[in-house]
Design a protein around this ligand. Structure first.
Ligand code: G3P
Ligand code: MG
Length: 238
């Protein structure tokens, strides 16, 4: 994983696929991201009421489908019937793994506390061989994952900077720290690197921001417009 990031940095990671072109976190969104040559894709994982990992961001289905119910409270069969605004349906993690199929890095951001267990079981059952990375805002989840599966690559998500998050990520053997762009500073990048961590910024959609963060040494980006960012990255290489 470290070699992959070092070789391809700055990583262009499609945030929820390619949401500027297709409904976020759907199979078409991931396919569009793959088509433009991303280094990775990020998906949000939640467990249905009957414990199946599916790809969905929000706490409930209001914004995306006008339904004020949480995925966690619905069986998979009901989640499957939901039509999303903008088109498409909620995919299972299994479907998404079949689409990505090891071609690029898949970052599973686990939203449901403890949901990493079902994700790891699925990866094991499928003998998924491609590069994958778990991330979460929940420190307790990261601690439990680290204990149960120390070889699973993982990252700490944070909306704030500070030495505390760098130290926590280092202590938990993370590969990277994923930081909300407003909290990214040159000092935080330097402290992360000194601790042996890559720093990835979210969600970066502007060219000026991309250049500024690359100058700072940021190792990768989550972006809503991976097509644009891939072209910035290629043009800087010439
Ligand atoms: O993983 C980066 C980013 O997706 C975290 O925030 O709210 O977009 O899931 P959010
Ligand atoms: Mg996310």
């Amino acid at each position: 994983m470290k070699r992959l990031i070092r070789q391809r940095r700055p990583l262009v990671i499609g945030h929820r696929g390619y949401p500027r072109r297709e409904t976020e976190n759907t199979v078409p969104s991931l396919i569009r991201a793959l088509e433009v040559g991303v280094d990775g894709v990020e998906v949000d994982v939640r467990l249905t009421g009957d414990g199946v990992p599916v790809i969905f961001h929000d706490r409930d289905l209001s914004r995306m489908a006008g339904i004020p119910a949480a995925v966690e409270e619905m069986p998979l069969s009901a989640v499957r019937e939901v039509s999303l605004r903008g088109g498409g349906t909620v995919p299972t993690l299994e479907e998404v793994l079949d689409v990505v199929a090891g071609r690029v890095l898949i970052n599973m951001e686990v939203k449901t506390p403890g949901g990493w267990r079902e994700c790891v079981s699925l990866l094991e059952r499928k003998r998924y061989g491609g590069p994958f990375l778990f991330s979460t805002f929940h420190l307790e989840d990261l601690e439990a994952l680290t204990k149960a599966h120390p070889s699973c690559h993982r990252a700490l998500l944070t909306r704030e900077g500070g030495r505390g998050v760098v130290e926590a990520a280092r202590r938990l053997g993370c590969v990277s720290l994923h930081v909300k762009k407003g909290a990214v500073t040159g000092d935080l990048v330097a402290a992360s690197h000194a601790a042996g961590l890559f720093l990835l910024a979210y969600t970066v959609n502007e060219e000026e921001e991309y250049d500024r963060f690359v100058q700072m040494g940021v190792d990768g980006f989550f972006t809503d417009d991976p097509g644009e960012m891939v072209s910035w990255k290629r043009s800087r290489r010439r």
